[in-house]
Write a protein that binds this ligand. Structure first.
Ligand code: C2E
Ligand code: MG
Ligand code: MG
Length: 700
């Protein structure tokens, strides 16, 4: 009641309002600065501490003095300048100590010590300020009000500090609760304190204060308050924009600029965080590695801007497929990764991976182009497969490698046997590279026998790799690896050079046949390689045949057709190898320039007993006869097979019965021997040598 009476009857309402406004503004800025001071460390923390104390000190001080100027004790008043300044220093210093104490670890001790100290500073500042206030009268204090005012100041300040500490470093918001609590501490202290202050006028002393001096002082205090608080505000705003810039930098550092997804760095750090959480909470998750199929082709043919659009669309589709809490990252050019949090198990992870493959296999409409890509996904699960971030990444990579290897557009879940297979594969790749650089990959020649002339008419060049650790490695095993390593064109060139150089030493009517990989044909450089091999050896093109497989003809590629035509025009013979194992479309026999077909040895193997393969072989021979193509049967191992293919119209045969693949010098001897025996037989009028004789030649 006395407080209300003092406020309404003994104060100028306008100055009270001004004091309240200064207090509100000052408290708001002080709280924002204090928040930074509490959460900043090192020299930055000191910088904020200083600013906060100055701002808080002057806010408290100016509130007090503006309100004091509005106080009408009914007697003239003077101010003690020294005590007035000391009171301001007390407010600043006390707040500084309070803020240091507010950094104490425990929440309660921080609030009680820090907040209590700030409340005490407000209190001491007020009462020292009151001693600077010298009314011409007898001053009387009411101790109950003094004690109550001090308690209120300390209590409200303590709660304000507690509220402030509860706010996270990054989430300040407006913190109105703390602001109002601090304001309450200052204003309640002041007005309860004023109720404790009683002035009894002394008879005979002059009435009325010097109002002009008072108004000038009020204006000066207000200006000082605005300048100081303004400094605080502008510092705060500068800091705010710096923090925003830092946020933007953080965003750039952690995200991929093109797609807006997380980048490799944030993927790695988040995966480590996830592994740490795993240890504490055991929350399962999956890591999915996604690689786009055919992205490079789109990028190369349609250009980089379209490639960029494609990557953005891929990111959008991934966002659509992924679940709420999943982390999606672009970790390389066309590689993406997902951390699928709280996944139910292997099946759920597999389903997610399949959904991704499905989503990315639908055509993309990009700037008027339609792009069809696909994706392969490798998946690993934590903690089932591992709880270590690096291991999980490797496992997901291994699974991805496997998925791609199985034919793209697939998903593969990691299992430990994959690592072993991958290590084996890596070892094979390394050994092959070494063998190639050591020139330990050689060429053998398997003679081809013409059933019509009953003579060898040439040989097929076949790659041979004798590894010191693995023994004889079949070409069927290492050629696909050479293709993947990008070695096949160089290896193929070596075979062509070696084959031509060997054949040129054979009798002039014998030819050499060389297998070429689809990659060599599609590279577009085969014609030049063949020309070089012929030129450097001096072999006539008519004595060189190339063997292609049906895979080369798939897709009706323009380059393949042109290359084959040009090779044919050059004078080479073109053989379609492994006939019957491919894609059952016979249309290409017309479209492509083919001279000879070779029945695959898998058909010959079950001859003559198996009636269905016998029919197939018969049909192929018939087809060859009708299209006027030579037909070679490869893999002839016994007389029955030889007899069957001979009766059914095969023109050529090749197989262990006649000869196994031989070294270059041995095959040259064989051909020389044949020439000599043939001329001897011709002069003696003998028939062609029996097959048992051929076997004995081959065995040598
Ligand atoms: P291909 O072109 O069909 O070669 C014939 C394969 O049958 C050879 O296997 C040969 O050793 C084998 N062979 C010959 N006679 C018989 C027989 O009576 N019984 C059995 N069971 N097999 C017989 P090889 O040397 O293991 O070659 C396998 C495949 O590797 C070749 O099949 C060919 O596709 C590929 N290849 C070999 N050399 C080269 C090369 O220089 N370049 C390319 N691109 N591929 C090659
Ligand atoms: Mg062949
Ligand atoms: Mg073959």
């Amino acid at each position: 009641m006395r407080v209300l009476n003092c406020l309404t009857h003994e104060h100028d309402p306008l100055l009270v309002l001004l004091a309240a406004l200064v207090c509100l503004f000052g408290s708001s800025v002080t709280i924002r600065l204090a928040h930074r001071s509490l959460h900043a460390r090192g020299s930055t923390g000191l910088h904020w501490l200083f600013l906060t104390s100055v701002c808080a000190g002057f806010s408290i001080w100016s509130t007090h003095f503006i309100a004091m100027l509005g106080y009408r004790p009914g007697v003239p008043v003077r101010f003690d300048a020294t005590l007035t300044i000391v009171s301001a220093l007390i407010a600043i210093g006390g707040t500084a100590i309070g803020l240091i104490l507010a950094r104490l670890r425990g929440r309660l001790s921080s609030a009680l010590c820090g907040g209590g100290m700030i409340g005490l500073a407000i209190c001491v500042m007020h009462y020292v300020g009151m001693f600077a206030y010298r009314p011409d009268g007898v001053v009387h204090w009411l101790p109950g009000y003094v004690a109550f005012s001090a308690l209120c100041a300390m209590g409200f300040s303590a709660i304000a500090i507690d509220r402030l500490r509860a706010k996270r470093a990054t989430a300040m918001g407006r913190a109105w609760d703390a602001t109002l609590l601090l304001m309450a501490a200052i204003l309640i202290l002041h007005f309860v304190g004023m109720a404790a202050f009683v002035v009894i006028p002394i008879e005979g002393f002059g009435k009325g204060a010097n109002s002009e001096v008072f108004s000038a002082m009020a204006a000066a205090i207000a200006v000082a308050a605005v300048v100081i608080v303004g400094t605080g505000v502008s510092t705060h705003l500068v800091e705010e924009s710096r923090a925003e810039a830092q946020d933007r930098l953080r965003q750039l550092a952690l995200h991929d600029m093109l797609t807006g997804l997380c980048n490799r760095y944030s993927f790695v750090t988040q995966l480590s965080d996830e592994c740490e959480l795993l240890v504490r909470h055991g929350q399962a998750f999956a890591v999915l590695m996604i690689d786009l199929d055919r992205f490079k082709a789109i990028n190369d043919t349609l250009g980089h801007p379209v490639g960029d659009l494609l990557l953005k669309s891929v990111a959008q589709r991934l966002r659509r497929v992924a679940r709420g809490g999943d982390l999606i990252a672009r970790i390389g050019g066309d590689e993406f990764a997902i951390i699928a949090r709280e996944i139910a198990g292997r099946e759920a992870a597999r389903n997610l991976a399949e959904e991704i493959v499905e989503a990315l296999s639908c055509p993309f409409m990009l700037d008027g182009y339609v792009a069809e890509i696909g994706a392969s996904v490798g998946v690993t699960l934590a903690p089932t497969d591992s709880s270590d971030a690096e291991t999980l990444t490797q496992q997901a990579d291994v699974a991805l490698y496997r998925a791609k290897h199985e034919g793209r557009g697939r998903t593969c879940l990691f299992d430990p046997s994959l690592t072993r297979k991958m290590l084996e594969r890596c070892a094979l790749e390394n050994e092959l590279r070494l063998a190639w650089s050591n020139r330990s990959i050689e060429v053998a020649f398997q003679p081809i026998f013409d059933l019509r002339s009953a003579r060898f008419t040439g040989a097929e060049a076949l790659l041979r790799w004798h590894s010191p650790t693995r023994g004889e490695v079949p070409p069927g095993v290492f050629i696909p690896v050479a293709e993947e390593l990008g070695l096949i064109c160089a290896v193929g060139e070596m075979v062509l050079q070696t084959a031509c150089a060997a054949a040129v030493k054979w009798p002039a009517d014998l030819a050499v046949s060389v297998n070429v990989s689809p990659i060599q044909i599609m590279s577009g450089g085969l014609l030049d390689v063949v020309r070089n091999a012929l030129d450097s050896s001096g072999l006539s093109p008519a004595r060189l045949a190339i063997e292609i497989t049906e895979t080369s003809l798939l897709g009706d590629d323009e380059v393949v057709l042109r290359t084959l035509r040009e090779l044919r025009e050059l004078g080479l013979t073109i053989t379609l190898d492994d006939f019957g194992t491919g894609y059952s479309s016979l249309g290409y026999l017309h479209r492509f320039p083919i001279d000879r077909i070779k029945i695959d040895r898998s058909f010959i193997a079950s001859l003559p007993g198996d009636s269905s393969t016998a029919s197939i072989v018969r049909a192929i021979c018939q087809l060859g006869a009708n299209l006027q193509l030579d037909v070679t049967a490869e893999g002839i191992e016994n007389d029955a097979q030889l007899a069957f293919v001979a009766v059914n119209g095969c023109t050529h045969v090749q197989g262990f019965l006649l000869s196994a693949p031989l070294e270059a010098c041995t095959v040259a001897l064989l051909f020389d021997e044949q020439r000599q025996s043939f001329s001897a037989q011709q002069s003696a009028g003998d028939a062609f040598p029996a097959s048992d004789h051929l076997v004995s030649i081959g065995a040598r």
